[in-house]
Design a protein around this ligand. Sequence first.
Ligand SMILES: O=C1O[C@H](COP(=O)(O)O)[C@@H](O)[C@H](O)[C@H]1O
Length: 236
Amino acid sequence: MNLHTSDTKKGVAENFITFLIDLSKTKDTITIALSGGSTPKIVFDELAEKYQDLDWSKFHFYWGDERCVPPTDGDSNYKMTVDHLLSKINIPLENIHRIKGENAPKEEAERYSNVLETQLAIENGVPQFDLIILGMGDDGHTASIFPHEIELWNATHWCEVATHPDSGQKRVSITGAIINNAKTVAFLVTGDSKKEKVKTIFNHEDSYLQYPASLVAPTSKDLHWFLDASAAAGVE
Ligand SMILES: O=C1O[C@H](COP(=O)(O)O)[C@@H](O)[C@H](O)[C@H]1O
């Protein structure tokens, strides 16, 4: 595991962008699963502002999770990415492979599983992303696998329907097999509210395995955590 700490959220974004660009230089095309969340938003803003000249045609964007809402809804992870990045760069439309949150959740989880199976390389019998970007919620969830539905991590489908524990909102999320089969996995986690779970997971404290983020362990071993000082405060 590789730990990258920065003083600020912006520092995390800059650090991660350097990492992303270096990784993309080693490939003709790069398949990436994006996440929602507050830190990716800063990454997208930085990319849109300073990296217009990048060869965006080599990037293929997918999503690790999506809220079951239309793509125009303020809750949509896709909309957030369009607003902060995709509408501002020169990327072919065919490189954008969104989860259709407006579809019936179960059908969409099946459709997107099929998209991943037909469009990604297959390695170890499982679709393989070059890079999966993950966040971690304050409750230790990652993608949209929440602690109360941790069994979805081991689901046999590449995507499943998840339910937010408080709002009941349905989500479509990739599952454990595909996350741990990625060539590279990068967590972007910032803020004081993440400190306790980061500490529990990193220090393997009691019951850390009840948090889905603790199950992320790619067989490639190429796992990176990008943390700001607030989130990393409890790491020994
Ligand atoms: O619900 C979600 O939250 C997580 C974490 O977001 P953050 O704002 O707490 O960093 C995110 O990874 C996921 O994609 C999103 O749907």
